[in-house]
Write a protein that binds this ligand. Structure first.
Ligand code: ASP
Length: 596
């Protein structure tokens, strides 16, 4: 028997027991006549102690030869520790070792296997098996495992059936880029890895499955960021005979259940906000509601209170005069920001990633006097009106960005988040979920001069907007709303879904709007259009990004810490060194000729 107990198990109540433990040597402390080894496994750390006075010379020498990360088996008696620690659950005891076996030696690891390791990202990824030994990473993966189990429990209880859909499917032009797999048996042809099981889950509804789910890998060949991986996991669902309300309720229920089971947190009912309101108030379709700093539109407030056309920016400053929008946020308590701090923020918004032309500020001094970078152009009364519109108090600081409306909102949204971070208003253990609803059906792409589906081509317009699909007018088409929704938590898009089109002709009309010829639609999605001719029920669904959900629930920014074997920013697996070339013979078998 390798062990009688784990390394996280023994307590003061186990004193005098004879035990055997197996694990890795985390730390060896050799104090001459006394030697301690911290033995670690998945469950914890137990201290082993050897005393030259009662240990055989041979045993002591074995212990002395132990290096970091050796695999050991130790037998001994549980004794009370002289110097106890409350830092670990086994901190009151230690094992007086009577036998020690080295099960396997280890090279010195390239970084320390500790919570705050000295290993950089690349090194940790190359030696992921060592990184995964660290408690901090194991904790994340155990959390993830638990979350998947709880998800299955909840959805099974709600009557959902887990169905696996294929990984080798057909490439589709919409959405992100596909990863493709050459076919040996059908030379010159390719499978694609699914970006999501979207069409399959809809087919399952046509087949009468009623409630489907799958915890499923999806693949998208996109540029990578901290919250994106080329392969990622979704909790993917679809339901028949439902309205939007049924789906929101079911998945709000799932989210609340997961927070309660995994974190012991009871979330209240999730607020809802239309896409339009989110863009107006926060310049983002995934606003972080952990803090306020709502946008205040000073030039043409869409605010119902004022109607349109009210302008709080009198002519005088050419930059503002020529701008479509001038929008402000109020940073509470920031009037004391130095010139240097403001200059630094100005440079921050001017970086190409943000792209603002500049940043105007108005300080509200302690006595209420406004002091701004545009004092030359506006009277103190003008500035006071701005302060009042923004609800600014003495000691606050307004930031204004101007320009073309859509861009200005995006830029100010970035600044708002940055200020929220700088002011410590985005706490990892504060959770603010939000449903964003009523997304536009279509999105105009200037470069390609055509409409794209904002969600995906299978999303249904709101019933009242279906008539607009016949219009040739771009603005009418742009104004169409969809039964599409996103779940946002703390500014992170956790998931999204929609009520689908289940009528063949409507689906064909939507493809046409998206620039598909009838032949292209048939070639790409003929199977779905065909299925819609055989009694497709009304249906809808949603998918949650499972990696993101894990990260957000743990207040973490990077999803990589919740994926056992993630890829780096270049899409490389550093441990197995993929992607890699393949042999000429394999290429020949696949009928692929490489032209260099
Ligand atoms: N398949 C969609 C996605 O991956 C989710 C859905 O509409 O259910 O975003």
């Amino acid at each position: 028997m390798y062990r009688t107990h784990t390394c996280g198990e023994l307590r003061i109540s186990d004193i005098n027991k004879e035990v055997t433990l197996s694990g890795w040597s985390a730390i060896v402390r050799d104090k001459g006549a006394l030697l301690w080894i911290d033995l670690r496994d998945r469950y914890g750390i137990t201290q082993l102690v050897l005393d030259e006075n009662y240990t055989s010379k041979e045993l002591f020498e074995t212990a002395r030869s132990v290096g970091r990360e050796f695999v050991l088996q130790a037998t001994g008696t549980v004794i009370e520790r002289a110097s106890k620690t409350t830092k670990i659950p086994t901190g009151e005891i230690e094992i007086k070792v009577s036998a020690l076996k080295i099960l396997n030696a280890s090279k010195t690891p390239p970084f320390t296997i500790q919570d705050d390791t000295d290993g950089g990202d690349d090194l940790r990824m190359k030696y992921r098996y060592l990184d995964l030994r660290r408690n901090a990473v194991q904790k994340n993966l155990i959390f993830r495992s638990n979350l998947a189990i709880e998800t299955r429990k909840y959805l099974a209880r709600e009557g959902f059936i887990e169905v696996e859909t294929p990984n080798l499917i057909k490439s589709t032009p919409e959405g992100a880029r596909d990863f493709v797999v050459p076919s040996r048996m059908n030379k010159g042809q390719f499978y694609a890895l699914p970006q999501s099981p979207q069409t399959f889950k809809q087919i399952l509804m046509v087949a009468g499955f009623d409630k489907y789910f799958q915890i499923v890998k999806c693949f998208r060949d996109e540029d990578l960021r901290a919250d994106r991986q080329p392969e990622f996991t979704q909790i993917d669902c679809e339901m028949s005979f439902v309205h939007q309300e049924d789906i929101l309720n079911t998945f709000e229920g799932l989210t609340k259940y997961l927070f309660h089971q995994a974190l012991g947190i009871t979330l209240g009912d999730f607020p809802r906000m239309t896409y339009d309101e989110a863009m107006r108030r926060f310049g983002s379709d995934k606003p972080d509601l952990r803090f306020g700093m709502d946008f205040v539109d000073l030039k043409s407030p869409a605010d119902a209170e004022f109607g349109s056309g009210v302008n709080f920016v009198p002519a005088g400053f050419p930059v503002f005069d020529g701008a479509e929008s001038v929008i402000a946020i109020c940073a509470p308590g920031c009037a004391e920001y130095s010139r240097k701090q403001i200059d630094e923020l100005t440079e921050w918004v001017k970086r190409p990633q943000i792209g603002a032309k500049g940043l105007v500020y108005v300080r509200i001094e302690a006595d209420g006097t406004p002091k701004s970078s545009v004092d030359k152009f506006y009277s103190p009364d003008d500035l006071k009106v701005w302060a009042e519109r923004c609800g600014a108090k003495p000691g606050d600081l307004l930031f204004l960005i101007c320009g073309e409306d859509e861009k200005t909102r995006k830029q100010l949204s970035e600044l708002r988040l940055e200020m929220g971070t700088r002011l410590g208003l985005r706490k990892g253990d504060d959770f603010k979920p939000l449903w964003v609803v009523d997304f536009p059906l279509l999105e105009w792409d200037e470069d390609e001069n055509r409409f794209f589906a904002m969600h995906h081509p299978f999303t249904s317009p709101k019933p009242g907007d279906i008539v607009k699909m016949e219009s040739d007018d771009r603005n009418t088409l742009k104004s169409m709303r969809a039964d599409a929704y996103d779940l946002v938590i703390n500014g992170v898009e956790i998931g999204g879904g929609s009520i689908r089109i289940h009528d063949r002709d409507l689906q064909a009309r939507n493809f046409k709007l998206l620039g598909f010829t009838p032949e292209e639609a048939e070639a790409q999605f003929g199977f779905l259009l065909g299925a819609f001719e055989y009694g497709a029920p009304p249906h809808g669904g949603i998918a949650f990004g499972f990696d993101r959900l894990n990260a957000v629930m743990n207040g973490a920014n990077s999803i990589r810490d919740f994926i056992a074997f993630p890829k780096n920013n270049q899409g490389r697996d550093m441990m197995i060194d993929a992607p890699d070339g393949i042999k000429l013979k394999q290429l020949e078998e696949l009928g692929i000729r490489v032209i260099v």
